[in-house]
Write a protein that binds this ligand. Sequence first.
Ligand SMILES: [Fe+2]
Length: 374
Amino acid sequence: MIEGLRTSPVSMDQEAYESWKDYRTRRYLTDPNQLRVMVRNPFQLTQHERASLLDKISRNNFVVYEYDLCQDDIHAAFEECQIEPEKTKSQIIDQHVIGQHGLSQKNDRLCPVSNRGYAHICRQLGLVDSIPNPESGPNDVTLVREINQTRGLHELDFPSDSPTENVDFKRYIPYTNKPLGWHTDGYYNSDKHIVRSFILHCERPAIFGGANELVDPEMIYFQLRDANPQWAEALTQPDVMAIPANRVDNRTLRREFRGPVFHTDPNTGYLYTRYTQRKRNIRWKTDTLTEAALEAMHQLLEEDNQWKIRIRLTSGQGIICNNVIHRRTAFSDNNANSDNRNPGAETATSSKRCLHRIRFGNRLPSTGVYPPLD
Ligand SMILES: [Fe+2]
């Protein structure tokens, strides 16, 4: 049983609901600077660093870490640790990264050892159940960046249940530098591949733009339920969202999937949210109440909202979260003269924005987002 949880989040009585909401909103951090945790050695978190990361996650369901050491130091830190199993795993990650960059293994400048650290942070926080997709490699690492080649997938479009061989990737929108609307990762996945958490690590920021905005879905649930309890309830219908089957040449790459926006995850007991603002490849229920609920949720995400956090990651920073609702602004790697260049982008003038992502089937553990039991 989850600490403090008396009943399913979406069917709490008013008293329990008020207690849950009060607890969460009091502890939620609205200043991005309060969400940052400096990490001295990603290969070996200190007790304080680990506790701090988990504390922020218990407040917001997300946290921003930042490597607190330079490139030379991180090499030394890695060598110092000499943890053989982790070393093996990192080497696999490096091979994947090198493969995607088309680099030789000797090119340490573009494939620094610092890229190994984030996977170790995940492991030390208990994230071990990684989920692959057609663009990911060993250790299920995906490089999220603008791709000009035909074999590229939009991060929201891949057919999660499909075989990954012989798929015509031209059917899917390539990763672009365009804005990505509000969504949770893997909203189109069946319950077999449910994404409960992910890490997004920045190797290189864009020259301009490319900021992420995040909001804990529980905050949106509270606002929606307070505005009209029927709206919140409408979005718990098990067939409110339908992802149509994905068929190519008479082959079914993905069966139709239906699900709620908000529901209690039977595996964890926590509130789970599936959401996207995309209009393509999704069918919503069309009754009046559902449409009003979706419009209200859309407005909550679009308008000024105290619970939204905007973060522009720079090299060596990353986000770890329990799959919160997030979006990305457009970006450009064009090094034109402008005063609007992102902090940290000056070192990346000859390269493109590149983030690394690993999705997981398990939540971050020990995150008590419900009030303690009396
Ligand atoms: Fe995403």
